[in-house]
Design a protein around this ligand. Structure first.
Ligand code: AMP
Length: 595
């Protein structure tokens, strides 16, 4: 396939925010393709070279890309810098510089295969002289590109491709292109993706062997599974009712979710909740897991929390987040902030897939697979059948430093649901019963200019929740409280990669912020209560037509949820459930009406 066809599709994708249209454009793009071109086009359209969990990066900074653009266009670098600053985007700048240019007569038109090969080369060059090599490779590509192609090449290498294609939309398009578009085939395709986290792999299997080929995709050590997620209920009584009177309660540890892959031999690898590899940040867990887990190969999941090794007390989460992303002084960090991993699930043990077993059987397998030690422990668990026992266990969990309990269904059908949020797992924190003190993880989609003391910088931000069904981000509050000067000063830097001239595809709101951001940065906020709003769009129409849900008196807690991607944020459905819980509670607390 010519790269021009891909660029033309991007141009069309950028012009729409309608999921159905995006699906049709993508399906049309994918239909004629076969492996290896198909997976390459899939990854490229997501702004990636390889599945996200592999963390392959191009390592191309703005200045490097500018040099390549200047060389390819035959103009001064200062001119490129100046114009890019004015236009706010090097992609548009190169398109302008190349305007009217078709490829040089001597050059063959660019193909996806060539673009992909050169980008891989750029990603893999490292060490001395690599900067020059990258400039040269990129200049070569741009030299063979038309204006439109160059625009998207530059945006790709800078990680600012704005076509807004998310995984769920790609899955829709794959179902439409290769499996008739029906709901059942879409579900099967998604299930294969949830197990493998690799759209390219799923698409290749689908094209080669149709839907049945998807069944051959299974768990593999080194390839993370998409995590199972929890719903909430407003009271322990309702938790138990949902679970038909019997639930396994576990401490809900407040830390970082870790998926550990333990091969038969070779190093243990750790993945975060958003499937980034974090092995390097927790060398002691890597080391200890190899000892503690004896049925290899295995994949286990747990929560990593800071712990005081002298007293065995769990420490606040903030401590562990200080260790994330840290590349230097790891030895020092290990000593200063020791962590323990509390395991709560097993997906593969002794090479055998266990994710399909019911939860009680998985827990038994977990216990049989792990020899706990100081650092590797089992999540504390108790099976309860009545509310009193559940309340006692909750007290115990909170006293031990947990933030609440996780209730897990032990009944038939309680297999591990990769990538799904459902009532098989229910999280419950005590404070659900006293107003809305539960936190919400919101995605920043806009910024508002500050006034007074905040003049000249952002004073508030527009936050959205994620609607997983519609694959879009719906605003629920404008938050300015809770940011101290340091946090405010830091926000532009954190938001820069998501800067957008226009309202990004898939963002729904009735407000017009001064600056838009593509969904990327997730912040934790709290508020007084959820109310109905004509401006905000979260769960719009779910309670009343034309009205969405909004958070009153929102406040940033100071916690950046770097462990969550935008689609891992709180969902519109969760917000709706929280609203429902709030209403029920208000009804329960209202004084009885006189007869
Ligand atoms: P939340 O992030 O608020 O949606 O809560 C779900 C998260 O709780 C999971 O993703 C885990 O990181 C964490 N967690 C803590 N303890 C447990 C447990 N015992 N079982 C499952 N998840 C747990």
């Amino acid at each position: 396939m010519r790269y021009a066809e891909l660029a033309a599709a991007y141009e069309r994708l950028e012009a729409t925010s309608k999921r159905l249209e995006m699906r049709a454009i993508l399906a049309e793009l994918f239909r004629p393709l076969k492996p290896p071109e198909l997976p390459h086009v899939l990854y490229l359209s997501q702004g990636l070279l390889r599945p996200e969990y592999e963390g392959v990066e191009l390592g191309v900074a703005d200045s490097l890309a500018r040099r390549a653009v200047a060389a390819a266009a035959g103009v001064d670098e200062a001119k490129v810098r100046h114009r890019a600053k004015e236009l706010g985007d090097l992609g548009t700048t190169v398109a302008e510089l190349f305007a009217g240019r078709t490829t040089l007569a001597a050059e063959e038109p660019l193909t996806v295969a060539r673009v992909y090969a050169v980008l891989e080369e750029i990603a893999h060059s490292s060490g001395e002289g690599s900067q020059e090599a990258k400039v040269k490779a990129l200049t070569g590509l741009l030299g063979a590109a038309t204006a439109l192609e160059a625009k998207y090449l530059v945006r790709f290498v800078l990680g600012t491709l704005r076509v807004g294609v998310r995984e769920m939309t790609i899955l829709d398009a794959l179902a439409e292109a290769f499996a008739g578009g029906g709901k059942e085939s879409r579900t099967r395709i998604e299930a294969a993706f949830n197990l493998s986290s690799d759209l390219g792999l799923v698409a290749s299997a689908l094209v080669d062997g149709g839907l049945p080929a998807l069944d051959t995709i299974s768990l593999e050590v080194g390839r993370p599974i998409r995590p199972m997620l929890a719903e909430r209920e407003p009271s322990l009584a309702e938790v138990l009712e949902r679970m038909e009177g019997k639930a396994a309660l576990e401490y809900k540890y407040d830390g970082l979710r870790v998926q550990a892959h333990i091969p038969r031999s070779g190093p243990v690898r750790l993945f975060s909740r958003r499937l980034e590899e974090i092995s390097a940040q927790f060398p002691e867990l890597v080391r200890e897991l190899a000892h503690a887990v004896h049925a290899k190969p295995a994949i286990v999941e747990g929560e990593c929390v800071p712990i005081d090794l002298d007293t065995d007390e769990i420490q606040p989460f903030q401590e562990v987040s200080r260790r994330r992303g840290r590349k230097h002084d790891l030895d020092k960090a290990q000593e200063e902030i020791p962590v323990a991993l509390f395991l709560f699930d097993v997906l593969l043990a002794g090479g055998e897939a266990t994710y399909g077993l019911d939860f009680a059987d998985r827990r038994a397998r977990l216990e049989a697979t792990v020899r706990p030690n100081d650092r590797i422990r089992l999540a504390k668990q108790e099976v309860v059948t009545d509310v009193d026992a559940a309340a006692r266990f909750l007290d115990e969990a909170i006293a031990a430093g947990g933030e609440g309990v996780m209730a897990k269904s032990v009944g038939p059908g309680s297999s591990y649901r990769a990538g799904a949020r459902g009532f098989w797992w229910i999280k419950y924190k005590r404070d659900y019963t006293v107003g809305l003190t539960d936190s919400i993880d919101g995605v920043v989609v806009g910024g508002f200019q500050g006034r007074g003391r905040r003049a000249g910088r952002y004073g508030a931000f527009l936050l959205a929740v994620y609607d997983a069904e519609k694959d879009r981000f719906e605003s629920f509050c404008k938050v300015g409280s809770g940011f101290d000067d340091a946090a405010l000063a830091e926000m532009p830097k954190r938001l820069a990669p998501f800067d957008s001239e226009e309202r990004p595809a898939g963002v729904e709101t009735g407000l017009a912020p001064d600056r838009w951001f593509r969904p990327g940065l997730v912040l934790e906020v709290r508020g007084a209560e959820l109310t109905l709003s004509p401006i905000h769009r979260a769960a719009r129409g779910a309670v009343r037509a034309e009205l969405g849900l909004a958070l009153r008196f929102p406040r940033f807690t100071g916690r950046y949820r770097d462990d969550k991607g935008p689609t891992d944020a709180t969902t519109s459905h969760e917000l709706f459930e929280m609203y429902r819980g709030q209403v029920r509670q208000a009804v329960a607390e209202a004084p009885d009406e006189p007869a």
